[in-house]
Structure formats: structure tokens, C-alpha cells
Design a protein around this ligand. Structure first.
Ligand SMILES: Cc1cc2nc3c(=O)[nH]c(=O)nc-3n(C[C@H](O)[C@H](O)[C@H](O)COP(=O)(O)OP(=O)(O)OC[C@H]3O[C@@H](n4cnc5c(N)ncnc54)[C@H](O)[C@@H]3O)c2cc1C
Length: 538
């Protein structure tokens, strides 16, 4: 689609969550003109929904080495050790810089940052704000800082569609669709020799997710179309205790943090049986994937659409200990002080994404990625709780530092890489989400994944010539779902968040590898197996 208007800048940042805002601020500090493009308002994205906190070795008793160990264990042998090293070593300083910027974290009686523990961490290292409103506070502080800087322009309600490339295939800008009225309405182009993708998660690939509606994998799909490599797409974390809001409820669903189970809540079926007892030594506090799978199995055995979380023991502490979750329960007609909360697993986090090096560079020159849409390799096969906000912060800062050494070369943008013609029809979204939830969800098998792949192929035939937010997003969801399902079909083992019913064991002989995929000239998937060095004891 031809661009109706063009603008030029030094650095374009796509997305305004923790990763995008941090990258923008650091690029600005290096003296560049920065444009942030964001699909909705500047404060929308997963960041503001984050409840638990941000992990960093801030306690004098703790150390980056221990944080590294816990992260590698969660990643089940597939983490990039160098990336984890960067995360845990730079992490504490990055959090302190966030505090210096104005983010207010909860403090203990001595005035030190209060630290709590989450599943998989062997130390108290989760800093939190407003009890269970950490992401909202981080977002507030970053949005305030960015809005005070006149060198950063924010374009809201603007959907980035594709990357503009030069004759060498380097990124030189983006095409975007500004929704609404104004001098920049419709499809335009912004030119810059550095483009940072920070578009967040892929939650809307599935019928139910904790992610907001903007999480449609746009950055991953645009990067794929531009020829970039994506990795680890099969590793999707499903949160076990997401409030079940009825059989027809799709899209973003309310999360009930595992901290609620940490405070004594138990999982029961409709007959009151605590089915986690005997399944794992930690029962309800077993790792997230273990609990999610146990809930799914119990749902299948009983034919019930959800299980129940009994958190009545928290009693009068509810409004102060978990204010956000308490309000959300009340909004859905459940008073958790006296009633059980209906829960079922839902998509929560994507460990895979656009493959980057330790400084956020992708395989396309001039194109950088950070935050949930990126795959630095820190999460391996499963993300350790509260490492994602930290990853967004640390690696966005590193992109700023690399850009401070000089911008990539500016050249003429000649257009977008030719891709599949036609956009996916608006009515394809619900069947696509249902196919992915059924076939490539918490529990996978050769048969279930093949079923989803067949439906995706069929839906790919229903193209629509009406370019609008919904059809662009649907095409992006379809592109991400296609690679995700192909990788899930290829990986013949169970590891981390990838659970194959037909291959129930981890297979280090054949599968100590990461899958890295790019699109060939005819849109075909080209997948490479990247061997990961064995990590002692992991
Ligand atoms: C309910 C919930 C609870 C969580 N709890 C925690 C927690 O306690 N600790 C933790 O570490 N992590 C947590 N996470 C995960 C964490 O919040 C996210 O991984 C992280 O915030 C992602 O940050 P980001 O900057 O990469 O993306 P986001 O914050 O999602 O921002 C993405 C941005 O990109 C924009 N965008 C997307 N597509 C386009 C496009 N085409 N054009 C223009 N703009 C676009 C969006 O509008 C948005 O501004 C939680 C997530 C959820 C959903």
C-alpha cells in the first residue's frame, strides 16, 4: 500500500512497554531524535498488567551467580548462558536506575526495597510496587520520563505494518497506519537507519490469554517478513490460575497470581478434592507448567471447563495484600473471602521471538528488538518468574548503549520485502485462536498439532483485500501461529513449557537444540537447529 506521508528521524521505537520506553530514553540520551510509535495509548501493553514484580539480586545476601543458576534451571537446558549472565549481572544496576528515574518500589520497615520470592527462585529477589501493581508503577515512571523529553515524539494509535528496507536488505524505517483523524491519518512511512521492535507478546494467538488485546505478535511477524530469524517460538508459558469467565469469554482474562497460592490458597475440583496433592512435592506451589498441566488433565478427566481456587483462608487480608486481584474478582461477581474462584490455564508469556545478540541486534542490519517480542535466549525452554520485566529493561538499555557508539548507515529505503499477497479475513481470528488453543496449547501431541496446522493452512486461503487493523493483525497472528505450530510439531520431546503427550521425556541427545526459523524467498519456512552446550547439573 503506498505511503500517503513520510517523516524522517534517527531512531524509531515500535511499542511503549518497559522495553520500548527504556530503549527510547537511552537512544535519546545518546543525542538522537527518537519517534515512538504505539498501537493504542502510550500506557497500553503487558507491562502495566504485571503483578508480581521484577527479579534482581538486590539483597546483599543474594548474588548474580545464584540468580543465574535459578534462571538456567527454569530454562531446562536451553538458555543462552551468555545472555543470562548479562541479565543477572546488569539487572541490579538497571533496577536501581529505574528507581532513580522515579519508580517507587515497596519498602520494608528498615526502608530497604522489600523483596519477596516466587516459584523457581531460591532467594527472595522479587522487587514489587503497590503490592501487586508493579507493572503499572514501572509504566507510570517511564511514561512520565518520556513525556518530559521534547526530543522524543510519541505517535499513538498507530499500527506499524512492515519494515522498509534498502537495496542491501538493511532496515531503513517502517510503514504504519495511523488510526483516526489528523494530518498524519492513513498509511505513512517513517524513515530511520535504526528501528527497535518492542511490540510485546503474542497472547491473542490463543483464545484465552492474560495479555491485552494489543498483543498480536506484530513485531515478530514484521521481522519474519523482513527476513529476520525468529527462535524458540514453541516455548509458550501458560499460567495455571487465570480466572475462568465463562465458556464464551475470549481475549484478555484476569490473572490470579501464584502469590495467592503462596499465601495458602488451594486448588480443588468441583467435588472438593485437592488434586495437586501427591502430584508434586510442592503441591499447588509446583512449577507453573506442572500445575497448568495437572489442571488441564483434571478438566479433561472430569469434563469440567475449569477448576476452583480456594483462597478463603486469606480472609480480611485480601483487600490489602492483593488489591488488584481482589477488585478484579469482585468485578466478576466473586468475593474471594467467601467464595471459590473459578480458574483455568491460559496463555501468559512467550519465551521465543525475534532472535537477537547480546546487544539487541537481529539478523537484519539496522533492526533491533527487545522485550517480550525478542528472543535473547535468556528464558530457554521456560521463563523464570519475574525475569521478563528485567529482560526488557536490561536489553533495551544495551540497545541504547550500542546506538550511542553510532547509528547504522542511512540509505534510501526501496520498499518492503515481497511477501504473501492478501490479508487474513476478519472472521478468521476466532477459528484460528480455537485451533491453536486446542492443538498447540498446554498439552500437545502429533495429532493435535497436525489438526491445528491443517486449520491454519485452510484459513490462510481466506484472504481479504480490506486493509484494516483487524486484517493486518490477523495476518500477523497467522504468521506467528504457523511457525509456532511447525516448531511444536518438530520438537519430539517434552521440555520446559513444551509438553508433548506422545513424547513425555526430555531428550538431550536429539533435542539439546534451539530452533531458529526465517522465511525463504517464496515464503517457505527455513529452520536451523542450533546446538546448545550442555550446562552442568541443569
Ligand atoms: C497479567 C500479566 C502479569 C505479568 N506479571 C509479570 C510479573 O510479575 N513480572 C514480570 O517480569 N513479567 C510479568 N509479565 C510479563 C511482562 O509484563 C511482559 O513480558 C513485559 O511487560 C513485556 O514488555 P514489553 O515492553 O516487551 O511489551 P508490552 O509492555 O506488551 O508493550 C508492547 C507495546 O507494543 C505496542 N505494539 C504492539 N504491536 C504494535 C504495532 N504493530 N505497532 C505499534 N505498536 C505496537 C503495544 O501497543 C505496546 O505499547 C506479566 C504479563 C501479564 C500479561
Amino acid at each position: 500500500m503506498p505511503a500517503g506521508w513520510t517523516q524522517s528521524t534517527d531512531v524509531i521505537v515500535v511499542g511503549s512497554g518497559v522495553a520500548g520506553l527504556t530503549a527510547a530514553m537511552h537512544a535519546r540520551r545518546a543525542g538522537y531524535r527518537v519517534v515512538i510509535v504505539t498501537k493504542s495509548t502510550v500506557d497500553q501493553g503487558s507491562t502495566k498488567w504485571a503483578q508480581g514484580g521484577i527479579a534482581a539480586a538486590l539483597d546483599p545476601e543474594d548474588s548474580p551467580a545464584e540468580h543465574l543458576h535459578d534462571t538456567l534451571v527454569a530454562g531446562a537446558g536451553l538458555c543462552d548462558r551468555g545472555a543470562v549472565d548479562v541479565l543477572v549481572t546488569q539487572g541490579p544496576e538497571s533496577v536501581r536506575r529505574l528507581i532513580a528515574l522515579g519508580a517507587e518500589f515497596d519498602r520494608d520497615d528498615s526502608g530497604a526495597i522489600a523483596l519477596t520470592r516466587e516459584g523457581g527462585h531460591l532467594r527472595d529477589r522479587i522487587a514489587h510496587a503497590g503490592g501487586d501493581a508493579t507493572g503499572a508503577e514501572i509504566s507510570r515512571a517511564l511514561v512520565d520520563a518520556v513525556s518530559l523529553d521534547s526530543g522524543i515524539e510519541v505517535i499513538e494509535h498507530a499500527l506499524v505494518i512492515d519494515l522498509l528496507l534498502d537495496t542491501d536488505g538493511s532496515a531503513q524505517g517502517v510503514t504504519l497506519h495511523v488510526m483516526g483523524e489528523g494530518e498524519r491519518g492513513g498509511v505513512g512511512a517513517i524513515l530511520a537507519p535504526a528501528v527497535v521492535l518492542a511490540t510485546g507478546g503474542i497472547g491473542q494467538v490463543f483464545s484465552q490469554s492474560t495479555n491485552p488485546r494489543v498483543a498480536t505478535g506484530d513485531g515478530v511477524a514484521a521481522a519474519l517478513r523482513a527476513g529476520a530469524e525468529v527462535a524458540d517460538l514453541e516455548f509458550v508459558q501458560f499460567h495455571p490460575t487465570v480466572m475462568w469467565c465463562g465458556p464464551d469469554s475470549v481475549g484478555q482474562q484476569p490473572l490470579v497470581s501464584e502469590a495467592v497460592r503462596g499465601e495458602g490458597a488451594t486448588l480443588v475440583d468441583s467435588t472438593g478434592v485437592r488434586f495437586m496433592v501427591g502430584q508434586h512435592p510442592l503441591a499447588e506451589l509446583a512449577p507453573r507448567d506442572v500445575v497448568a498441566k495437572a489442571i488441564m488433565r483434571r478438566m479433561r478427566e472430569t469434563g469440567e471447563p475449569h477448576m476452583w481456587l480456594d483462597a478463603r483462608s486469606i480472609g480480611d487480608q485480601w483487600p490489602t495484600r492483593f488489591p488488584t486481584i481482589f477488585e478484579s474478582c469482585l468485578d466478576h461477581g466473586v468475593d474471594p473471602r467467601s467464595a471459590l474462584i473459578p480458574v483455568a490455564p491460559a496463555q501468559h508469556y512467550h519465551s521465543g521471538g525475534i532472535r537477537t545478540d547480546l546487544d539487541g541486534r537481529t539478523s537484519v542490519p539496522g533492526l533491533f528488538a527487545c522485550g517480550e517480542c525478542a528472543c535473547t535466549g535468556v528464558h530457554g525452554a521456560n521463563r523464570l518468574a519475574s525475569n521478563s520485566l528485567l529482560e526488557g529493561l536490561v536489553f533495551a538499555e544495551r540497545i541504547g548503549a550500542i546506538l550511542a557508539d553510532g547509528l547504522p548507515e542511512r540509505a534510501e529505503a526501496v520498499g518492503v520485502r515481497p511477501g504473501p499477497s492478501g490479508l487474513l479475513a476478519a472472521q478468521s481470528r476466532a477459528p484460528m485462536q480455537a485451533a491453536m488453543t486446542d492443538g498447540v496449547g498446554v498439552l500437545r501431541s502429533a495429532e493435535s498439532v497436525a489438526r491445528a496446522i491443517a486449520i491454519l493452512a485452510e484459513l490462510g486461503q481466506h484472504v481479504d483485500d480490506d486493509p484494516c487493523t483487524e486484517t493486518w493483525e490477523n495476518s500477523n497472528l497467522h504468521a506467528v501461529a504457523t511457525v509456532l505450530a511447525a516448531n511444536a510439531q518438530a520438537r519430539l520431546e517434552t521440555r520446559g513449557s513444551h509438553w508433548r503427550d506422545d513424547y513425555p521425556d526430555r531428550d538431550d541427545v536429539n533435542w539439546q537444540v534451539r530452533l531458529s526459523t526465517r522465511l525463504g524467498p517464496n515464503g517457505e519456512l527455513i529452520t536451523e537447529r542450533l546446538r546448545v552446550e550442555a550446562q552442568e547439573g541443569i
